[in-house]
Design a protein around this ligand. Sequence first.
Ligand SMILES: Cc1ncc(COP(=O)(O)O)c(C=O)c1O
Length: 358
Amino acid sequence: MHLPAHGANTQHVYEALGMEAPATIIDFSVNTNPLGTPASIQACWQDWLQAVYDYPDPHYTELKQQIATKEKVESKSLLPGNGAAELITLIARFLHSKNVLIAQPAFSEYETACRVEDCNISYYQLKPPAFTLDKEVLHKKLQAADAVFFCNPNNPTGIAFDQHVMNWLIEACEEAKTLLILDEAFYDFVSPPATAIQKASNSPYLLVLRSLTKMYHIAGLRLGYLVGHPEVVEQIGKRQPHWALNGIALKAGVSCLLEQEHVKDTTNFITKERDRVFHFLQRSDYIHSASAVNFYLLKDPAAASQESLYYFLLEKGLVLRHTYNFPGLEGNWLRAAVKKEAENNQLMEALVQWKKEE
Ligand SMILES: Cc1ncc(COP(=O)(O)O)c(C=O)c1O
């Protein structure tokens, strides 16, 4: 069984399992904004298509200016990327053959990209079910690491560590001279959000990663950025291909960053829907992670394995994200996105039915 290593692209899940895909599918494995792309952005696609005829600005000048203004950092501290995923690959190239620590469970691309670069990889494990952070253990592990990947808010748990914990981690990394790569791809789903972006531009031991594909539901366009000390950013940028970002993404990025009302509407919506789903899960004897964002981990503690629940939902066209390739989870949880009300209702109805048939 070779299940896809990421959410989305649900056809590959059914193919991998040799199952016939139902006519209607709801993708709970993808974790982009259920409210979609702001209408103002959608209205511009047609005009922006003109950008495909020219080479895009290889210096990303306008986008960088917009990010710099929004985040109150200098342009030279910024590197836009073809999705945060490209930036992870560039960071891995920069870390070639170094000792890399990964706080697990986490987005699998850190390890995939660093393995290609012959890095020596070790884990710090956030332990289920609470996924809390043991400072003493992590502190010890940091001493032997050249770099550490830490995802906050965490994918796949959705748990957001607060500013105190993050400040502790930033200081511990500085003291150990370990480069902290703080992945904030989902930071704007948290209300209020915590971020280390301002600190990143001044410290040679901190990089902050952002993605625009989640909040603005533009996963197919690919857009993210990195903030760090100008000298580190320059070194990482040297590894990026010329014209890595396409012209449409450059235009959309500038407009997305002006859409802060959309962010507010989204966090309000997600908070309300997530609370509703969590109340249901608690009443119905399911366990869930204490997520602060638009996805969460879920399990039925009464089931011998979560695999049969995963299949049960797949047969109904409800595709959750398996967790086999998250170290520390090993398939013992399922990850679900917070979607629109009617879709969440369908998942809850199926979970009620599962308990009845169990
Ligand atoms: C934690 C995390 N970081 C980075 C990424 C990559 O995002 P992008 O779509 O911007 O490449 C993802 C994608 O799922 C993610 O979950």
